[in-house]
Ligand binder design. Structure first.
Ligand code: GTP
Ligand code: MG
Length: 197
């Protein structure tokens, strides 16, 4: 599935410009700079279609990408970006929340968490929202290459522990590095099951 050509097809700043939901959709959410855009690139091995940057807050619109005619991958703007203007931050967050809670065809949200930093209040907020809106989600620990393997394992256990209660839609935690490619194949396998055949 992930060998299909990745093609950008829509960017939205408001929900009225979301494209029609014609394909099963997987969205990538998480704090600013956790590596959402990079993960899309390494999953598809198509560098350059999704933009990545050192500066947090690069992705400012909801970007929709088609993977052949099988799957729609969605790059969400990051939340919690400290330097953006207050109004701009709120607008992005509201847009992400609206997308997650209303989007027809949304089959999975990959919630990216930086392995080094762990989960923050905003991540928990998004989880509550997904539980309320019946959206399946999974935690992807990112940038595993910058911490020791033992700390990756510890972080995964800590997160699993914190999501044990009252969580019915959570899927197993995955661990990835877009830099080294670790865990990318396993994530592809999991996500491929969502595609249209
Ligand atoms: P926003 O669009 O601002 O929300 O950020 P994002 O979540 O899309 O992050 P992006 O993919 O743009 O990556 C942010 C920074 O983290 C870039 O400098 C990447 O090179 C770096 N990065 C991403 N993934 C990894 C990884 O697996 N390992 C390491 N070491 N760095 C990474
Ligand atoms: Mg981005």
């Amino acid at each position: 599935i992930f060998r299909n050509k990745l093609e950008f097809f829509a960017a939205a700043k408001v929900s009225s410009s979301f494209p029609p939901p014609n394909l099963p959709e997987i969205a990538f959410a998480g704090r600013s700079n956790v590596g959402k855009s990079s993960l899309l690139n390494s999953l598809t091995r198509q560098w350059g279609v999704v933009r990545v940057s050192d500066k947090p807050g690069l992705t400012q619109t909801i970007n929709f990408f088609k993977l052949g005619s099988k799957l729609c991958l969605v790059d969400l703007p990051g939340y919690g970006f400290a330097y953006a203007k207050e109004e701009v931050k709120e607008a992005w967050e509201d847009l992400v929340k609206e997308y997650v809670s209303t989007r027809v065809g949304l089959r999975r949200v990959c919630l990216l968490i930086d392995t080094k930093w762990g989960m923050k209040p905003r991540d928990h907020e998004l989880i509550e929202l997904m539980e309320r809106s019946q959206t399946k989600y999974q935690i992807c620990l990112t940038k595993t290459d910058v911490v020791f393997p033992i700390d990756v394992a510890r972080r995964a256990m800590q997160i699993e522990e914190s999501l044990k209660e009252n969580k019915s839609l959570v899927q197993p935690v995955m661990m990835v590095s877009s830099k080294t490619g670790a865990g990318i194949r396993s994530l592809r396998t999991v996500l491929s099951k969502i595609a249209r055949f």
